[in-house]
Design a protein around this ligand. Structure first.
Ligand code: SAM
Length: 225
């Protein structure tokens, strides 16, 4: 059984044998973006959004309610890798939206290119997100910044990009991996420190730990004042 989400347009919930899982309508029917499960309902293809492979899906499973992705949106995605999560964002934003997908790894971008070529709403950018000024000739002001780069200075990198590219009152989310910042400290202490940095620029809207889907990770959504 498949039901639309009550708040987020373009998000669906599929009730499998064990639990409800998120799903998105496939923007490019007949094409898989990774090894996701495809289901067909009344001739329409939906892609199961795997919470063990994608942190926003994990957050949704944990009851996260304010995920700000909408049809037609522009997104700056830092650490897009081969496009697993981005492919679901791409389903939701549709043909009128655009994802600027930044990654420093040429190997990941090579795989992303296949997904981006078919989908048509992802612009891959091979770059280091810690130097956001280097892609200012490509990236325009965006509605949403999403960051998943698992680096010791991930919050600083995230904030630099927010300052340069996020529109006024825009939303931004970061998936923080505690061990990338300090493997010896308690994750709750690490998250508190990173939140303090984010709060200097934005207001925190919602946050959740991602266990058991991504251990010692926290997703934090904030909004530019
Ligand atoms: N967000 C992806 C998903 O859910 O499908 C997974 C991202 S993976 C955890 C982290 C990615 O961040 C890697 O592909 C890595 O190459 C990239 N990365 C790490 N440091 C970076 C940097 N400074 N600039 C851009 N990308 C970076």
């Amino acid at each position: 059984m498949l039901k639309p989400d009550s708040q987020i347009k373009g998000l669906y919930w599929y009730r499998g044998r064990r639990e409800k899982v998120p799903a998105t309508k496939n923007l490019v029917p007949g094409f898989k973006s990774y090894d996701e499960r495809i289901i067909k309902v009344k001739g329409v293809e939906y892609r199961i959004w795997n919470p063990f492979r994608s942190k926003p899906a994990a957050a949704l499973m944990k009851g996260f309610r304010n995920f700000p992705i909408k049809e037609g949106m522009t997104i700056l995605y830092l650490g897009i890798a081969s496009g697993t999560t981005a492919s679901h964002f791409s389903d939701i934003i549709g043909k009128r939206g655009l994802i600027y997908g930044v990654d420093v790894s040429a190997v990941e971008l090579k795989d992303l290119l296949k997904v981006a070529t078919v989908r048509g709403n992802i612009a891959p950018i091979l770059a280091d997100a810690s130097k956001p000024e280097l892609y200012s000739s490509i990236v325009q002001e965006v509605d949403f910044v999403y960051c998943d780069i698992a680096q010791p200075n991930q919050t600083e990198i995230f904030l630099k990009n927010v300052e340069l590219y996020l529109k006024e009152r825009g939303f931004a989310a970061i998936a923080i991996k505690a061990s990338s910042i300090d493997a010896t400290a308690k994750p709750s202490i690490v998250f508190k420190g990173e939140k303090r940095k984010i709060s200097r620029l934005m207001s925190i809207v919602e946050e959740t730990n991602l266990d058991p889907y991504a251990k010692k990770h926290r997703l934090i959504l904030s909004r530019l004042q």
